[in-house]
Ligand binder design. Structure first.
Ligand SMILES: [Zn+2]
Length: 656
């Protein structure tokens, strides 16, 4: 079979044309369908031995394919994990260690490699977390169609704005396939449903009333079932390669972790992995050796006879299909997500029945005797510790991106989306991550209670339940009275509810705890300004500008505060600084002109406004100000002309 594919691939690589392809290609090159199910613990799937759930679609694939009982993700975070699935690289190799970090072009994706071979490629995502325009730049590479979320939505609902239900994702994939039936396909479908909040639709909400997480899994399985039924109806199922994998698991309270992202225990790294081959080859086999999700790319390329890029972190799983190989593979784990909270990142290695976790308080587990990872046997002089630690250090040493990952450039609205999904972004703990050595940061084990509460608070804020969020955040402050994240969130909640003095109180504490954080200082200044304490606002904004002088918005804000304090000279300075930062900003120029007019510096104001008031200028405010200044200078005719221009621009601005 393998040789069959290789020969056909060679033939097609020569004859493939981007134009409509002949039907025989369909027979020769198998379609490849990659299904990722978010937040799916292996031990909550029926064919993985969990008898409290029905997952008929996954069970069917396991019957007709090969089920890997011991598959692990290198990352418990959606973006990093999916990037590893798509590149065959560890996060420390591909560098996508955080939301919004772009995947560097030098790392080819599976979609790129298959598209080059003439495949039609498309991706259908279930959450904005994988949107290539905001939080997952570069993950769309190689997909001729990548089903991002709309850039502007008016809906307040999370559905369609942040998430799509599995059935919607599946329908969108079907629509695309209906419109592009010819040629071999590589289609990636991402079901986000099991991710919290656990809100399965009926009837799963009823059947799994007491276990809504299981209800979401059962629902996602039903969406998968619909997709498989569609493939069968189209006659594409039999001949296709179908890979189903979880991107990571879910803590469900194990090790005190409610969700995922912070720890590297099996609860969040052990995932289901099922590979169905064309014509049900090797159907029903189970492979019990330890494997990795980084093995998926070389497996698919191997099956298609496509050259595998050098230096992948994974290896093809093909030897396991026939039982040729049974040797367990070394599993590495990494998470930098704790850094968003100001806590130490973690690294792990799972090898020969042991797991070692490198942390400020390191951990060693004997997985054969203690699969729940509850008894830490770490001793620095232990031989197993030393050899596993060495292997981790060697991996770090050869990682191309260690310590030089591109910072995530995400907008404020994207950060809001991230919060709505229950995550923190890089901007949330900027100052905390500037420490020279991550081992000096707190161990996440000592902080997990805070993370659970912060997660509850973010969810509650998103659901419009500020009181619930307040309670959770106050509990965080009981654990750590200077938690900048909790103080800032509380400040934001109070700002949103119009309690500006309360907001200023929380933000003052956040500012005192993080005097080096320019963003906290701005938020504090805004709260003070809103509460009417203008001199306090001035000091906070000055503190922020001292840390980072190039903040355009802060310059404008401080200028406005100075005007409120009747200090027009200082206001002029700030607006002039804003104009220097953004010379093209008419907002800054108008504000500067107003400050000049305030001081009766009419000649300067005229010079500035005339420079801005080009014939093409469409802003009536500029001409109104000009009219005012001309009048003050006794230039009546000029004033009249400017006034007329302002009027006509105002009229043309009104909707017809
Ligand atoms: Zn995920």
């Amino acid at each position: 079979m393998r040789i069959f594919f290789v020969l056909l691939w060679c033939h097609l690589a020569v004859s493939a044309s981007p134009a409509r392809e002949a039907e025989p290609d369909k027979v020769s090159r198998p379609d490849v369908f990659l299904i990722t199910i978010d937040t799916l613990r292996a031990d909550h799937v029926h064919c993985y031995g969990y008898d409290r759930i029905r997952t008929p679609a996954l069970d069917l694939l396991a019957e007709q394919g090969i089920r890997f009982t011991q598959a692990f993700t290198p990352s418990p975070v959606t973006n990093s994990s999916h990037t590893s699935i798509m590149t065959g690289l560890l996060p420390s190799s591909h560098g996508v260690s955080d939301f919004g970090v772009p995947l560097a072009p030098r790392y080819p994706t599976l979609a790129e490699l298959l598209k080059k071979g003439g495949y039609r490629t498309a991706a259908f995502i279930g959450a904005v977390i994988l949107d290539s325009k905001s939080l997952a730049p570069g993950l769309d590479r190689g997909f001729e169609y990548y089903d991002n979320f709309p850039e502007i939505t008016t809906t307040k609902s999370r559905w369609g704005r942040l998430e799509r239900r599995g059935m919607e994702v599946e329908q969108r994939a079907e629509s695309w396939l209906n419109a592009h039936p010819a040629g071999a396909h590589f289609v990636w479908v991402h079901f986000y449903d099991p991710h919290d909040p656990y809100e399965p639709p009926p009837p799963y909400s009823e059947i799994y009333k007491d276990r809504p997480y299981d209800g979401e899994i059962a629902y996602a399985d039903s969406a998968l079932g619909h997709f498989l039924a569609y493939l069968k109806k189209q006659g594409w199922y039999e001949g296709s390669v179908i890979v189903v994998v979880g991107d990571h698991g879910e803590g469900l309270g194990e090790h005190h972790e409610d969700t995922h992202g912070i720890f590297l225990y099996d609860s969040t790294t052990h995932v289901p992995l099922i590979v169905k081959l064309p014509e049900e080859r090797d159907a029903g086999r189970t492979a019990d050796a330890q494997v990795r999700t980084t093995d998926i790319v070389p497996t698919i390329l191997g099956l298609l006879g496509v050259a595998v890029p050098a230096s992948l972190d994974g290896d093809s799983l093909e030897p396991f299909f026939t039982g040729l190989e049974a040797a367990p593979r070394t599993v590495f784990g990494e998470t930098e997500y704790p850094l968003q909270f100001g806590w130490a990142p973690l690294r792990s290695i799972r090898k020969e029945g042991f797991k070692f976790i490198e942390a400020p308080k390191p951990e060693l587990y004997d997985l054969r005797a203690d699969p729940g990872e509850s008894l830490n046997h770490y001793e620095p002089w232990d031989g197993t510790v030393q050899s596993l630690r060495r292997a981790l250090a060697e991996l770090s040493a050869k990682s191309p991106t260690t310590g030089k990952t591109l910072p995530a450039a995400v907008s404020a609205s994207t950060i809001d989306e991230l919060h709505a999904l229950g995550y923190l972004g890089a901007a949330d703990a900027r100052s905390a991550t500037d420490v020279p050595q991550s081992s000096l940061l707190p161990d996440p084990k000592d902080k997990i209670g805070e993370q659970n509460l912060l997660h509850i608070a973010m969810r509650a804020s998103e659901n419009g339940e500020p009181d619930k969020a307040r309670v959770a955040l106050e509990k965080v402050l009981q654990l750590d009275e200077s938690s900048a994240i909790a103080l800032r969130q509380l400040g934001r909640i109070e700002m949103a509810s119009g309690s500006y003095a309360n907001a200023a109180g929380y933000l003052q504490r956040a500012h005192d705890a993080n005097p080096g954080d320019a963003t906290v200082a701005i938020e504090y200044g805004r709260a003070l300004e809103s509460s009417g304490d203008l001199s306090g606002a001035r000091d906070a904004l000055l503190a922020s500008l001292k840390l980072n002088p190039d903040q355009f918005e802060v310059r404008l804000q401080l200028g406005r505060v100075y005007l409120g304090l009747n200090d027009t000279i200082a206001a002029e300075d700030q607006f002039a600084a804003a104009v220097l930062l953004q010379p093209g900003s008419s907002e800054a120029q108008i504000k500067l002109a107003k400050a000049l007019i305030h001081q009766k510096k009419f000649a300067e104001a005229v010079a500035l406004l005339e420079a801005v008031a080009e014939p093409s200028s469409r802003n009536p405010e500029i001409f109104e100000l000009l009219a005012q200044v001309y009048a003050s200078l006794g230039r009546g005719q000029d004033a009249q002309r400017a006034q007329l221009r302002a009027k006509s621009l105002q009229n043309s601005k009104r909707p017809q």
